[in-house]
Write a protein that binds this ligand. Sequence first.
Ligand code: ZN
Length: 316
Amino acid sequence: MKKATTGIHHITAIVGDPQENVDFCAGILGLRLVKKTVNFDDPGTYHLYFGNEGGQPGTIMTFFPWPGAYKGRIGTGQVGVTTFVVPENAFNFWEQRLSAFKIPVTKDSRFGEDYLQFEDPHGLQLEIVARQEGPKSMWEFNGITQDEAIKGFGGAILFTAAPNQTIELLEEVMGLEKVGQEGNYVRLLAKGDLGNIIDIKLTASPRGQMGAGTVHHIAWRANDFEDHQEWRQHLAENGYYPTDIRDRQYFNAIYFREAGGILFEIATDPPGFSRDEPFEKMGEQLMLPAWLEEKREPIEDTLIPVTVRELKEDES
Ligand code: ZN
């Protein structure tokens, strides 16, 4: 079987206070909160999904906000840096916006592209790159128009304990193509137009430690449910041990750990975030899957309410 993912479906990170998370992602980065639900494996905590206007695959950054969580350490066995992509002419806009919100920014370049690198309030390492490819986000919020809005993921930098094996997995099993090597990075390309550029860091980092400010896992796209079952079989045939298929309400998921220590997921494009609330209202109410509805009251009592709100530059 020959298979190829179109790229990143979503990336999930652990952070601290949920309102700080919402203020940063919605208020400063201008992402749409497309779903407010709970961690299905730990229903006393939120699972917040941000993305473009519809939360299309390739745009979805998700968070487990654990108030008072211990800070983790970014390092080997993790997605080290999450890359967002903005329209071609929006680089200066973002440099100014981040500095107006007093977020320290460093500039870097790889493979001939410029990057703005910064951290979220909980130490998560993020960067912004400007590229022509990929559809614009239609979500406009708090001073950000479609001409500047984050389109979705540009890609990610993987910090792997076994770079050669991770590269081999991505090339031979996941269907990405190696397109370059520069300094300490190998670049791989997936077929989609968002979440499609993956850089592998070849030099060692300290061992990563899960906690606030670190990525929990990266999910890759499967086209549909049939394709998803094929992926599970394909991984098993190539010596990996994927979990059984889990119903994550907005997609189906399987998980496996790659040789370099990073937790990989494969997630289906359908059914998406408008399956349980209308597009216009997405993200406003706490949504629970049927099997948690009977526990809604205790769940709501446990969660700290969060609101999407506009922020002023001098208030942040
Ligand atoms: Zn996931």
